[in-house]
Design a protein around this ligand. Structure first.
Ligand code: ATP
Ligand code: MG
Length: 172
């Protein structure tokens, strides 16, 4: 089954983490691989170590692309995303996981960091006997078409727009 969490409202990554928590409770094995996200620490980076051996989280990115004084070139981001996609393929093909979360893969495709044609062909052949969650804004139409479950988070109100700083434990 393919699941997509997209849209401009908060809740995509945390919905994926919530699904992971539910899966682990049912004895499933889960791996989450994050595109774009790099050295910046988020709560989930360490919570998995406290969960058990049934959840792994890998940060494959090098950080935000083109914003917040991004020190990296576009080709460095592309290289990181290509490597992250290779890891995703290897993880899915290994058949060791019941659920694989590709966090921010939609954003990585939207930013043209990875070639979505290859991802399309791979996902069309690989979603049997495994659940795959793809998160990130602007999910491509082909992904929405092949997915079984799609939820679009809609931004109604966010403290960022009231000038409030990101809150530890809620935003990261
Ligand atoms: P979360 O990780 O909290 O589930 P997300 O995955 O839906 O959020 P992203 O687009 O990955 O959202 O952005 C991650 C960060 O941006 C989080 O700190 C989140 O709170 C913040 N954010 C998400 N949506 C908005 C918004 N509409 N306005 C401002 N900040 C936002
Ligand atoms: Mg996210």
């Amino acid at each position: 089954m393919i699941i997509v969490f997209t849209g401009n409202g908060k809740g995509k990554t945390t919905a994926a983490l919530g699904t992971a928590l539910r899966s682990i409770g049912n004895g499933k094995k889960v791996k989450m691989i994050q595109f774009i996200k790099g050295p910046f620490k988020s709560g989930e980076d360490s919570s998995w170590q406290k969960l058990s051996s049934n959840f792994e989280l890998i940060k494959g990115g090098i950080g935000f692309v083109g914003i917040l004084n991004d020190p990296h070139s576009f080709s460095d981001h592309k290289k990181a995303a290509d490597n992250t996609w290779e890891l995703c393929k290897k993880t899915i093909k290994s058949r060791k996981y019941n659920l694989v979360i590709m966090d921010e893969i939609n954003a990585a495709m939207d930013l043209k960091l990875i070639d979505d044609q290859e991802i399309k062909e791979f996902l069309q052949q690989s979603s049997e006997n495994i659940d795959i969650i793809c998160t990130g804004r602007n999910a491509p139409k082909w992904l929405i078409d092949i997915a079984d479950l799609v939820t679009e988070m809609k931004d109604v109100k966010h403290p960022f727009n009231a000038g409030k700083q990101a809150k530890r434990g809620i935003e990261f």
